[in-house]
Design a protein around this ligand. Sequence first.
Ligand code: DGL
Length: 281
Amino acid sequence: MPTYIADHRPGPIGIFDSGYGGLTILEKIRHLLPQYDYIYLGDNARAPYGTRSFEVVYEFTRQAVLKLFSMGCRLVILACNTASAKALRSIQQLDLPLVAPDRRVLGIIRPTAEAVGNITRTSHVGVLATVGTIQSCSYTLEIKKLFPHIQVVGEACPMWVPLVENREYDNPGADYFIEKYIKALMAQDARIDTAILACTHYPLLLDKIRRYLPAGVTPLIQGDIVAESLKDYLARHPEMEQRCQRGGECTFYTTESPEKFAVLASIFLQKKVTVTRLTLD
Ligand code: DGL
């Protein structure tokens, strides 16, 4: 396994997701922090991660983080709830001290949990996420740590990521699964006033999610929250901020077909991107 000795030269910020979902986070981060360089890596060849075991998500995410380190990243954001839920802690506690003690990997569950406490009025919160994120109970644990009075229920939405990855989300068939999981969530607790879209793919389903969420329930999207939290992190950690390369560029990598990625990425980002394929092992 490679090790990365302390190196104070700046590098791009790495943004990782199992597939396209992290683009919804990247877009908001670049909007708020346009001055830095970024590398986006989507492990599309092995997505979705949401139904995979802890061991597999950890191994795949670890490989992606090491790849981003080898490409010069000093700071990597896991722009994927499933990877944040299943791999972040092990990477931070087991891998970083051994392979790259001065580099950092951040997740997106903690900042979302911090934000929800200021948003809910009923103190009843719903979480819509992949099977893996729901089974990990990460949202319930993080929210309860910060706001013990908030009631949290979760509903796994295993069909939603495939709808996005296969560009089926605008078709009428998608409505069935969107309504189904929202109804199941609300059946658990009718007092929910905030539904966290706790998967970075879900903003693409937002129009339809809004259609089926009861009036008075706000969908909470993570992009702006994560971007603000990164800005705050860099302000509190000037030693890391100085190691974030400035230039305003973003390069895109996928483990699947670059042509396919470019088509979907242009829908997510509403502009054309150039994509390169790489392999993870
Ligand atoms: N976008 C990822 C998330 O935020 C998961 C998608 C997948 O299942 O791979 O959870």
